[in-house]
Design a protein around this ligand. Structure first.
Ligand SMILES: C=C(O[C@@H]1C=C(C(=O)O)C=C[C@H]1O)C(=O)O
Length: 282
């Protein structure tokens, strides 16, 4: 028996349907008891990976930019979109340029989209709202002029929202920069990378396989997951067709551009560039 098979790995998976193509394929085809998948919202995964409760997994790209010394990014994996993403929205009662000093509620589940919405407000539109973090589901106080929601919450709000304006952040970023946007990366803690390289390589290969097979079987994946929102299978299909999981050159350029903006603002540290990409696939 291969000794590496006994090594436990704790792996973070965003518990939104945007990871379903990878996650559903994984559940159906990877039978390894020693590899534990932990499902949670991005900010919880960010915290768990940062403090060592996880070894690797999907985290907000912002988290990598804030603590690059802790991680490497696994090649070929991301949660990204080239234009409208369909699940990261600023819902607003007024146009963007009327939100200066206005109270805006930001989901506490996000780091990347929070960083992005601040760029959109402050750098691209010259307005600085007053931000509050919290839960964007259920009763949202009347005092908020706009809310930022991501993931499954955003998908539900799109259907029932009473806000006049719905700004898709992937769409705005693309129009401003001409680039796709990388919301999440799959990061591994440096010491896991160093100590358990063989296991890491095996997991990495499985993730890449699940990425490819999940995209090929997208219809079936939607049939399994659409009821979680709930949303029609056809809308789920349309949504997930727009979510991309690669980290090719253009995505790396996009991530670098996002980080450059954030570094200039002092939101993240400058040694997050150049990106540390881990690849030992073949
Ligand atoms: C596209 C999305 O990307 C998510 C956005 C994240 C963030 O803003 O920190 C983190 C992980 C991604 O799953 C989404 O949630 O809809």
């Amino acid at each position: 028996m291969n000794a590496s098979k006994k090594i436990t790995a704790r792996i973070g998976m965003v518990d939104y349907i945007n990871t379903a193509p990878i996650h559903e394929t994984w559940k159906q085809s990877v039978v390894r008891e020693e590899w534990e998948i932990v499902e949670a919202a991005p900010t919880r995964l960010n915290r768990k990976l940062a403090n060592g409760e996880l070894d690797l997994g999907f985290i907000s790209s912002f988290e990598y930019g804030a603590h690059p010394e802790k991680y490497k990014i696994l090649s070929g994996l991301s949660i990204s979109a080239n234009g409208p993403v369909g699940s990261v929205f600023l819902f607003s009662h007024v146009p963007l340029d009327q939100l200066d000093r206005a109270p805006v509620l930001l989901t506490s589940q996000s780091e990347t989209s929070v960083g992005l919405v601040k760029l959109i407000f402050e750098e691209f539109n010259g307005v600085t709202p007053s931000y509050t973090f919290g839960d964007v589901t259920g009763e949202v106080g009347d005092e908020f002029k706009a809310i930022l929601a991501i993931g499954d919450d955003a998908l539900r709000l799109v259907a029932e929202s009473t806000y006049l304006y719905q700004f898709d952040l992937g769409d705005i970023w693309k129009r401003e920069t001409g680039l796709p946007f990388v919301f999440a990366v799959c990061a591994v803690r440096e010491e896991f990378c160093f100590e358990h390289q063989e296991v890491l390589d095996e997991i990495h290969r499985e993730f890449i396989r699940c990425r490819d097979e999940g995209k090929t079987a997208l219809k079936e994946v939607c049939e399994i997951t659409a009821s979680r929102i709930p949303m029609p299978v056809s809308s789920c299909y349309e949504y997930l067709q727009g979510i991309e999981y690669d980290l090719g050159d253009l995505k790396q350029k996009a991530l670098t551009t996002y980080f450059e903006f954030l570094i200039r603002r002092g939101d993240i540290v400058k040694n997050c560039l150049p990106l540390k990409i881990y690849s030992n696939l073949f």
